[in-house]
Design a protein around this ligand. Structure first.
Ligand code: HH2
Length: 275
């Protein structure tokens, strides 16, 4: 899953893809590098980020989704085209993005910000990613995060959110789960989640991991955001070995290569022979 932030303030690619042509070109580039999914987001959820009004988020996201869904649109071709996921907590944005051609709703609030999102996903027959975040506000989630046991707490949260989604009519087969690396967690919490990720994959749904360029990798390596590719690859290979199957990344090509080698070494049930 390639990250495409159409925001001015995302923590590592903010401001790069505000222009629709540039965003579409970046989506094409990531698809050509092996991204099966492109995750389009119009609101940063980095620690401390300010919320974006719905009209603004719609304006950022919908034209980009439309253009990617229409294919390259200007004569260039992308084999099969990537699936589009929309990274939003807002019902109106998810609805418009699904109408424009998105097929996945990636909700970092796991349907807590807009509980009606579950019904929308159900009626659209879309897939969804439900993520753990401590509390419900990126502005305060990093204020002294504490857990009894981070892995058990995250697991219980994800099981409850899965139950909620299914009760609202979302087919269980449409739900992906994400431990929310960096969302209200210390560096040690993130490492513990990666180390014991098999306890999350044991829930039985595909697990998404979003470790890409995050600050705990900077804390370990001393590197700035754009220099954290190798650290991200290491985290993803570890996550793969512990059962994750979807990897949300900014740097698609190196992660695809590394995960192909990991998949060739430790074939997992979801790995197709062609990869
Ligand atoms: N991380 C970010 C945003 N969305 N979605 C899922 N499912 N999992 C994640 O770990 C995740 C996510 C934050 O990263 P990024 O999009 O690069 O930054 P920002 O929120 O500043 O736009």
């Amino acid at each position: 899953m390639g990250v495409l932030n159409v925001t001015p303030d995302s923590f590592s690619d903010g401001g790069l893809y505000m222009d629709v042509d540039r965003a579409v070109a970046r989506a094409r580039e990531m698809a050509n590098e092996g991204a099966a999914i492109v995750d389009v987001g119009g609101e940063s959820t980095r620690p401390g980020a300010e919320p974006v009004p719905e009209a603004e988020e719609l304006q950022r996201v919908v034209p980009v989704v439309e253009r990617i869904a229409a294919g390259a649109g200007d004569g260039a071709t992308v084999a099969a085209g990537p699936r589009i996921s929309v990274d939003t907590r807002k019902l109106g944005v998810a609805e418009a993005a699904l109408q424009a051609g998105a097929r996945v709703v990636n909700d970092v609030s796991a349907f807590r910000a807009s509980p009606d999102m579950a019904g929308l996903v159900a009626s659209a027959g879309a897939d969804c990613c439900l993520m753990h975040m401590r509390g419900d506000d990126p502005r305060t989630m990093q204020d002294d995060p504490r857990y009894d046991d981070v892995v058990s707490d995250v697991r219980a949260f994800l099981e409850e959110r899965l139950e909620f989604a299914v009760a609202e009519g979302v087919g269980e087969e449409h739900v992906w789960l994400d431990p929310g690396i960096g969302f209200g967690k210390t560096a040690d919490h993130n490492l513990e989640l990666l180390r014991r990720l098999d306890e999350i994959t044991a829930i039985g749904r595909p697990v998404v991991v979003g470790a890409s360029r995050k600050s705990f990798l900077g804390r370990i390596t001393g590197r700035l955001e754009r220099e954290r590719t190798a650290a991200t690859v290491a985290a993803n290979v570890i996550a793969y070995e512990r059962g994750a199957s979807i990897f949300r990344v900014h740097d698609v090509a190196p992660n695809v290569d590394a995960l192909r080698v990991a998949a060739a070494t430790f074939p997992a049930p979801w790995t197709t022979k062609s990869t």
